[in-house]
Design a protein around this ligand. Structure first.
Ligand code: HEM
Length: 467
């Protein structure tokens, strides 16, 4: 119904739309960031878009992104209802829940992660142990070309698994590898046409084959895996000693039997959300890091020289070293800036009618805060499109630019930022301490990417030459 679809008065400017799949054709899926940049040049820092039955508003630039995520953050805290995500992340976990349930579970999760040593020693030790395994696995490749994706993803996922249920998995464990692949495929299938159709016509598409059916099947398998972990914990549960996240959550359930917040079904959703949110984001950032090092040998050499001077070769890197590794820290920040793995943030929704920059945003409108517009802002970075660690250095010391917001901003920003930053630092320095990364002979590495749950480099082979 065209009239029903018409924008309300004072809605942000909206490029013309199609009744079906609306502006999808405007998004050059090979590089949506470029498309959005073109649109914001033409329509301004805030504009509307339609995709199928979804109407959404994109905000660009620090002033408006901050307005939406921080200044008026309370009006844009919720996640929208996207039918396929109700199957994947479900509305009851950390990523897609809203209101009281979201708040209580988020608070619980943050404090639990802290108890397991975020910022304290024990988590650091878990990550260091995993760094050791990853270095060994890279050494096994003997400097020959290999694709680092599975090993890196397994290592990163092991850190989360160790927090959630106290286990790590060997890199050659085929069952676990296929589970990681299921997770990855599920994320990629989100972009499929049939998935988009499901989002628009769930009641019909439910009976039609397509990518969405594979997503549902994968999710059942992931749930079975997690249910096993939860069952094991229930069997040997000891309320006086919480070993991990599942134990702590079970304790919460037992304290609070009548509450509708802490329930076993919600526990399942939270643990799967932590796996989803924490694995591919961090893994793809590390894969960008290796690629940037191999394509910028002079920068890699400076990182290695700094590691040798501050840490040496005898002991493993520790989080404390970050204060003395200014150049290395700048390089990691630049990897995150240029890697830009979540370019458009996770979607939000207006929980009440709002005004942004004088435009009317009705309750229920989906909001996209364009993080790319900060990470690549032409006025803020000396060479926005070039990999350049000088962006994060002042007088040779590490310096953080406030436009660096890959984890988003405000009350619903990334819950795992501290964990992610600890992992990125320890994995990166541990690898650079022991290896030099190089393109395979007669090969030129490029920076092409694929879009799944995160923007990741296209699969590549690289040589990890022992130092
Ligand atoms: C949400 C980025 C790693 C857990 C988010 C969001 C972004 C983000 C942009 C959306 C925030 C918003 O809506 O404003 C990243 C990046 C990572 C990373 C770039 C790594 C380089 C992790 C890790 C964990 C994690 C390791 C595991 C604990 C979450 C969760 C949410 C989230 C649970 C949903 C938060 C909520 O809705 O309240 N992340 N993340 N992330 N992240 Fe991360």
């Amino acid at each position: 119904d065209y009239m029903k679809n018409r924008n309300p008065k004072n809605f942000p400017p909206t490029p013309f739309r199609l009744p079906f799949l609306g502006h999808i054709y405007l998004l050059d899926f090979k590089d949506p960031a470029v498309t959005v940049e073109k649109l914001s040049k033409r329509y301004g820092d805030i504009f509307g878009m339609h995709m199928g039955s979804m109407k959404f508003v994109i905000v660009n630039g620090m002033r408006l992104v901050k307005e939406v995520l921080v200044n008026q953050g309370d009006k844009f805290l919720d996640r929208p209802d996207i039918p396929v995500d109700e199957e994947v992340f479900s509305k009851i976990g950390l990523i897609s829940s809203n209101g009281h349930l979201w708040k209580a579970q988020r608070r619980f999760t943050l404090s639990t992660l802290r108890n397991f040593g975020l910022g304290k020693r024990s988590l650091e030790e878990r990550i260091q142990e995993e760094c050791h395994y990853l270095v060994d696995a890279f050494r096994d490749e003997q400097g020959k070309p290999f694709n680092p994706q599975l090993k890196v993803t397994n290592a990163v996922s092991n850190v989360i698994c160790s927090l959630i249920f106290g286990n790590r998995f060997e890199y050659h464990d085929e069952d676990f590898q296929s589970l990681l692949k299921l997770m990855y495929d599920t994320a990629v299938l989100h972009g499929a046409v049939t998935t988009q159709l499901y989002n628009n016509f769930p009641s019909i598409m439910k009976y039609v084959p397509g990518a969405h059916q594979t997503i549902f099947k994968n999710c059942r398998l992931l749930k079975n895996f997690m249910q096993e972990q939860i069952n094991k914990h229930k069997e040997d549960w000891n309320p006086s000693e919480s070993r991990d996240y599942i134990d702590s959550y079970l304790l919460e359930i037992s304290k609070d039997r009548d509450s509708d917040t802490f329930q076993e079904e919600h526990l399942m959703a939270c643990t799967l959300d932590l796996m989803f949110a924490g694995t591919e984001t961090t893994s793809s950032t590390l894969r960008w890091a290796l690629l940037f090092m191999a394509t910028h040998p002079e920068i890699q050499a400076r990182v290695q020289a700094e590691i040798d001077a501050v840490i040496g070769q005898a002991r493993p890197p520790a989080l404390e070293d970050r204060n003395n590794l200014h150049y290395t820290n700048a390089v990691i920040h630049e990897v995150q800036r240029k890697g830009n793995v979540i370019p458009f943030n996770a979607p939000r929704m207006a929980t009440e009618d709002a005004y942004v920059d004088g435009y009317y945003i009705p309750k229920g409108t989906l909001i996209v805060a364009n993080l790319t517009s900060l990470l690549l802002d032409k006025n803020e970075w000396k060479t926005p499109d070039t990999f350049n660690p000088e962006h994060f250095l002042k007088d040779g010391k590490f310096w953080k630019n406030e436009y660096f917001q890959p984890f988003s901003m405000g009350k619903r920003a990334c819950l795992g930022e501290l964990l992610a930053r600890s992992e990125l630092f320890l994995f990166f320095t541990s690898l650079l301490q022991k290896f030099t990364f190089q393109a395979p002979p007669d090969t030129t590495l490029n920076l092409q990417f694929t879009i799944g749950i995160a923007v990741a480099p296209k699969p590549y082979k690289i040589c990890a030459v022992p130092r």
